[in-house]
Design a protein around this ligand. Structure first.
Ligand code: GLU
Length: 308
């Protein structure tokens, strides 16, 4: 058993369907980074949005990871079983959180446009209390005002971080996100809160995931600041797109990765490695593939090879 560094990484799939090549690339990148650091690699099932979770999808994802030789450390964590942690975190945020009675149409009508991830920017209507006649639909967290370089609680509107692939990233929360939802109108906790609570609670030091989530990162860092938990390192890898330039997803009809034998498993792994620009010769087995892929990743990202 090699010595473990204090690196903790994770793969956090949403079980909304079978794994496709795009989610496999994210899984592979996080797995390789953890192994190249001699760290731990955790798997967390992000079924916080229970309405979108598909029965059996999580089990299929776990079985596929095993088939592909991606063994995780420790117990798999399920977000649907951790609601009291999210509740406690929302409580800890205290006066930063407020009830909001606005519906989607009202927010869209304010025409503030959309955040980079496509969500409508909230105009702050319920910031100072629910408007008369409105009832609470969701819980939102207040972001600093645009005019405040640093608000009275010491929070900056501009959140900046260095991504290990993209370099410096910065976002003005007030104008590019607005106060965002922590608990949704359907009663489920929002991804942004759950992911921050779980990464902190699991001691995750390094987040490696698809670049489609880079625009969510400043909101997550803001929550980390408010909750007083460490900010992990981030590495966002390119997302796989189809011939029409759309990100692979269930909605865009991405095919499930379902290798029937080791030859097919190898083909799937080699395709993901090629997408991640890892120059690898054809491997003869799944084990041989990983043996070659880990040092190739370490070299690509300039990691000093840690003692085995
Ligand atoms: N559950 C998210 C997804 O499947 C990933 C979240 C994350 O890695 O932070 O897209």
């Amino acid at each position: 058993m090699p010595n473990r560094s204090n690196y903790i990484g994770r793969f956090a799939p949403s079980p909304t369907g079978p794994l496709h090549q795009g989610s496999l690339v994210a899984a592979m990148a996080s797995y390789l980074d953890a192994r190249a650091h001699h760290g731990h690699w955790l798997v967390r099932i992000e079924d916080v949005d229970e309405g979108r979770s598909v029965p059996g999808a999580a089990e299929n994802i776990l079985a596929l990871l095993r088939t592909l030789g991606m063994d995780w450390d420790g117990e798999v964590v399920w977000q649907s079983r951790r609601k009291e942690l999210y509740q406690a975190a929302a409580g800890k945020l205290g006066a930063h959180v407020y009830p909001c009675g606005c519906n989607r149409r009202e927010i869209a009508d304010s025409r503030l446009g959309t955040a980079p991830d496509g969500s409508a920017i909230y105009p702050g209507t319920c910031r100072h209390g629910l408007a008369p006649g409105k009832t609470m639909r969701s819980l939102r967290v207040r972001v600093p005002d645009p005019a405040d370089k640093v608000d009275s609680a010491g929070n900056a509107d501009l959140i900046a971080f260095i991504d290990r692939a993209a370099g410096p990233v910065a976002q003005h929360l007030a104008t590019e996100s607005g106060d965002f939802v922590l608990k949704r109108a359907d009663g489920f906790w929002a991804y942004q809160l759950a992911v921050v609570v779980d990464d902190a609670q699991q001691g995750v030091t390094d987040i490696v995931r698809g670049a489609d989530l880079i625009d969510s990162t400043p909101r997550q860092i803001y929550l980390q600041h408010l909750l007083g938990v460490p900010v992990p390192r981030y590495l966002h890898v390119p997302v796989v797109r189809n011939a029409d330039g759309e990100k692979l997803s269930k909605q865009t009809g991405a095919l499930a990765v379902a290798p029937k034998d080791e030859r097919q498993a190898l083909a799937v792994l080699q395709a993901s490695a090629a997408f991640l620009q890892l120059p690898l010769a054809q491997a003869s087995s799944v084990g041989a593939f990983w043996q070659a892929a880990v040092p190739a990743w370490a070299e690509r990202f300039g990691l000093a090879s840690a003692p085995a």
